[in-house]
Design a protein around this ligand. Structure first.
Ligand SMILES: Cc1cc2nc3c(=O)[nH]c(=O)nc-3n(C[C@H](O)[C@H](O)[C@H](O)COP(=O)(O)OP(=O)(O)OC[C@H]3O[C@@H](n4cnc5c(N)ncnc54)[C@H](O)[C@@H]3O)c2cc1C
Length: 408
């Protein structure tokens, strides 16, 4: 069990690490970077994992984990530990105000990200990676196609054969290096932690008409603690100029459950906001020479569900597989397989979620879909499968899907 009240010793100050040539440097120890580090270190590569924050660090997130995340954590050897520390639930309730409610059965886990990310980084260290504190200000590709990087406040010269960039929705580093970045993120979201006498043991996601195209959530964390927040899509949104804090206040005022939770509780961590990059609205290209990008840096968060932790880990896992092949063959052109795999295996899975997000953003259409789901057992099953990624959202969010629901 990780002690969270003190700085973890296994994240070393960079000054203690001698100058040397690494096989891989990974910049950013969120889920994408840490999972890549686990697999590469386990394959006996010399891995330096860097993060600008001292761990355990807070990450603004809803703290919800869906089955894709659990599969990656199992594969990395920490699924059991995460299940022991997390809060397991079997229902997600989707509310469409004023009065529609759908209970979606499934396997849902919550675990505060400061704990989850610490566990993943700790697993990377167990596998043999060196984890250090350092903010990377610049990455250089050298004449021999290896990588060197400038770390704030440290003049030592570190180099690596391959660099993995996993800095999350924060794309400043690559933007300054001239990589293409879309003008704005896909969404912004805000969350706070509340302790309350309120008793709730299922995830709640609420769509409130005045908040479209956004939503609010209440995610129980166990021990009467709740993660409460709201997100606002910026993609073609008519109200994208809306103030996020005002949006949160509207959510509390218009959703009785949220109001009750806030009235009966105290905020134990203040509301904080962060950006999301979904549907591959991140940096481009995914690979440049010896540099490869993973997770939210390339926009891996799923539209509609805003689920990004599992998807970040999936790309970290895929990148590790391809970087391993490049390292053992000594041929960095093998990294080119990564964009191909993203285009063929990942991107097609996002299309249905994008359609679902655009349907839900239209109040008349979402009212209609909610009405159909409430009447059709089959569509209820489909919705459950959409959360678990066992059904393509097109099964529900398409004319065919809706027509099918009339006889299934
Ligand atoms: C409010 C909110 C709620 C969300 N809710 C959920 C949810 O419930 N479930 C879910 O699955 N997803 C959720 N997401 C999305 C999820 O948080 C992200 O998709 C996920 O964190 C992406 O992981 P990552 O590893 O790519 O990046 P991150 O987790 O952001 O990690 C990036 C790391 O890089 C480090 N870093 C950045 N720049 C540098 C630098 N220059 N040098 C060194 N280190 C650097 C950062 O300190 C950070 O530790 C939510 C997002 C938000 C904003």
């Amino acid at each position: 069990m990780i002690a969270l009240d003190k700085k973890v010793e296994w994240q070393q100050p960079l000054v203690t690490i001698p100058e040397q040539n690494w096989d891989v440097v990974i910049i950013g120890a969120g889920p994408a970077g840490a999972i890549a580090a686990v697999h590469l270190a386990a394959a006996d590569h010399r891995v330096l994992l860097l993060d600008k924050e001292h761990f355990p660090r807070e990450k603004i997130c809803g703290d919800g984990l869906l089955p894709d995340a659990m599969r990656c954590l199992d594969y990395a050897g920490i699924g059991k530990r995460v299940r022991q520390c997390g809060h397991l639930m079997h229902t997600a309730t989707i509310v469409k105000l004023p009065s529609s409610t759908i209970d979606v059965p499934g396997t849902y886990l919550t675990l505060k990200r400061c704990l989850l990310d610490t566990m993943a980084a700790q697993r990377a260290v167990e596998a043999g990676a060196v984890f250090a504190h350092g903010r990377v200000d610049r990455i250089f590709v050298r004449a021999d196609e290896s990588v060197s990087f400038a770390i704030r406040g440290n003049n030592k010269k570190y180099t690596a054969r391959i660099g993995i960039i996993a800095t999350g929705a924060n794309v400043r580093l690559l933007k300054e290096m001239g990589w293409f970045v879309p003008r704005k993120p896909s969404a912004v979201a805000l969350r706070g932690y509340v302790r309350s006498s309120f008793d709730l043991d299922h995830l709640v996601v609420a769509y409130v008409k005045s908040l479209a195209p956004g939503y609010g959530w209440i995610f129980p964390l166990g021990n009467r603690e709740y993660n409460i927040g709201c997100g606002l899509s910026l993609r073609g949104a008519p109200n994208s100029s809306k103030n996020l804090r005002k949006f949160f206040d509207d959510f509390i005022n218009e959703f009785p459950l949220a109001r009750e939770l806030m009235q009966s509780g105290t905020i134990i961590r203040p509301l904080r906001a962060a950006a999301l990059r979904s549907d591959f609205e991140g940096v481009y290209p995914f690979v440049k020479g010896p540099l490869i990008t993973v997770g939210e840096t390339i926009g891996t968060t799923l539209p509609f569900l805003s689920e990004g932790t599992g998807k970040a880990m999936e790309t970290g896992q895929l990148a590790a597989e391809i970087v391993h092949m490049a390292l053992i063959s000594g041929d960095i052109t093998k990294l080119k397989e990564y964009p191909e795999r993203l285009t063929n295996d990942f991107k097609p899975r996002y299309q249905g979620y994008r359609t679902a997000e655009s349907w839900i953003a239209k109040p008349w259409l979402s009212d209609f879909v909610f009405g159909r789901i409430q009447k059709s057992k089959y569509l209820g099953e489909v919705l459950s499968g959409i959360m678990a990624e066992t059904y393509n959202p097109r099964e529900l969010f398409s004319v065919n899907g809706i027509v099918k629901s009339f006889w299934k």
